[in-house]
Write a protein that binds this ligand. Structure first.
Ligand SMILES: Cc1ncc(C[n+]2csc(CCOP(=O)(O)OP(=O)(O)O)c2C)c(N)n1
Ligand code: SF4
Ligand SMILES: [Mg+2]
Length: 285
């Protein structure tokens, strides 16, 4: 039996344009989950709104599809309630760095043991091509008719500056590399960001497959534990590095720091009711 079948969603077919980079990401994630020998019932994918945020609907996993930009708080909560689950928050550049930008910052602070996958196509795809927080200066759209006038966010540099515990970037058409990095992000004990360059073939005619191929290279001989070097690599502009920029495995996770887990064991889900304690509380009131 082909093991990858277990994550295949047979009922709902992807509503993406032919050639969209999201197909590579769907395939890479499916392969990563299979190669990590995870079972569908052990995985939860949380997403918001957008083309990227549709991804969990096309996989045979548990999913929670919430508000635009709000995938990270429920993902953090799910992991805190049941640390046995593999929890992934997934969405687009607008969803995660724009509408959800505040949650991005505060999730880095908390360091829950979750993975954040951002399909970065540098555009709002679902709403038909407006500029996103990662669109380049001067990028023209039907709304930004004279070109974007605000500087794009650099999510990699931002995450490294805040000591996010795992920070990586990939280009989805490098399928093997994307699978490898997603696997490492899921295995990392703590918050892991993977920014995924993803061509939007319909609305972004600048950042195409060819453009990403010509403007990226894979990091070699880079010390992932050197935060200063990682930040410098993240601010390179001529060619954009891909791979793991930074990793800090020494930070405690949000779940490890929660007092309730230290005192009463890990998963809320698997606890039995202490009837004596419950009786005491009820009598007190
Ligand atoms: C609070 C809120 N603001 C705006 C929207 C409209 N909206 C839906 S998806 C989207 C943009 C999605 O862009 P991105 O996250 O980059 O995903 P993509 O479609 O490019 O994958 C917007 C602005 C909304 N649904 N909710
Ligand atoms: S609009 Fe862009 S992001 Fe959306 S499915 Fe089409 S190619 Fe993909
Ligand atoms: Mg987008």
């Amino acid at each position: 039996m082909n093991k990858s079948m277990s994550f295949e969603q047979k009922v709902v077919k992807p509503a993406w344009c032919p050639g969209c980079g999201n197909f590579f990401i769907l395939k890479a994630l499916q392969r990563a989950l299979v190669e990590l020998a995870l079972k569908p019932q052990e995985v939860v994918i949380v997403s918001g709104i957008g083309q990227a945020a549709k991804t969990p609907q096309y996989l045979n996993v548990h999913m929670f599809n919430g508000l635009h930009g709000r995938a990270l708080p429920p993902a953090t909560a799910i992991k805190a309630c049941n640390p046995h689950l593999t929890v992934i928050a997934e969405g687009g550049d607008g969803d995660m760095y724009g509408e959800g930008g505040n949650h991005f910052l505060h999730t880095i602070r908390r360091n829950p043991d979750i993975t954040q996958l951002v399909h970065n196509n540098m555009v709002y795809g679902l709403t038909k091509g407006q500029a996103s927080p990662t669109s380049e200066l001067g990028y023209r759209t039907p709304v930004q008719v004279d070109g974007v006038i605000s500087q794009p966010i650099n999510p990699i540099a931002l995450a490294i500056s805040q000591d996010a515990s795992f920070v990586a970037r990939v280009f989805c058409a490098n399928l093997e590399h994307t699978v490898e990095i997603i696997k490492k992000a899921i295995q990392h004990p703590g918050y892991a960001l993977v920014d995924i360059f993803q061509p939007c073939v319909t609305f972004n005619k600048v950042n195409t497959y060819k453009w990403f191929q010509e403007h990226t290279y894979i990091l070699q001989d880079h010390d992932v534990h050197d935060q200063g070097q990682a930040f410098l690599r993240a601010t390179e502009t001529e060619k954009l590095p891909l791979g793991i920029f930074y990793q800090n495995e020494k930070k405690k996770t949000f779940e490890q720091r929660l007092k309730v887990h230290q005192e009463e064991g890990p998963a809320f889900l698997s606890r039995t009711i202490n009837r004596e304690k419950l009786k005491e509380i009820l009598e007190e009131r």
